[in-house]
Ligand binder design. Structure first.
Ligand code: NI
Length: 135
């Protein structure tokens, strides 16, 4: 089994806010991320897939194709968007990097070529903070 990773990038705005809580509790838990008028992140999205090497190409899958799938099914739906307001698959969910990573996995898993599987969605919200989801 060989693991293959592609990096794509997007910018998006969000706020972390639980509508069941008071403004005070939201600010206590989420601090600056609860800011009512949003804030943005430059996200780096690493998607790792796994599979056996195709002897004809020497590839697990073509990295260009993985990048294309990421852009077509994920990046265009997130880039320059507000995660809370603009993104259909985030409606009714907390707009955290954790939840987003799981949703990105669900979008990409069915699109991979036969014999290739998702291994990890790694989503950097900043240079110091990232989440990893392994399904
Ligand atoms: Ni944030």
């Amino acid at each position: 089994m060989v693991y293959l990773t592609r990096l794509e990038h997007f910018n998006a705005a969000h706020k972390l806010y639980n509508p069941k809580w008071s403004k005070e509790k939201n600010e206590e838990i989420f601090e600056g991320c609860a800011n009512e008028n949003w804030h943005g992140h430059n996200f780096d999205l690493y998607v790792t897939v796994k599979g056996e090497i195709d002897p004809e190409t020497g590839f697990v899958m073509n990295l260009k194709d993985l990048g294309k799938l990421m852009r077509e099914y994920v990046i265009v739906r997130l880039d320059h968007k507000n995660l809370n307001l603009d993104v259909d698959f985030m409606q009714g969910k907390m707009a955290s990097a954790e939840v987003l990573a799981i949703e990105i996995w669900k979008l990409l898993a069915p699109k991979l070529p036969e014999g290739v599987q998702m291994h990890c969605v790694k989503l950097f919200e900043s240079h110091r903070s990232f989440v990893e989801y392994f399904g």
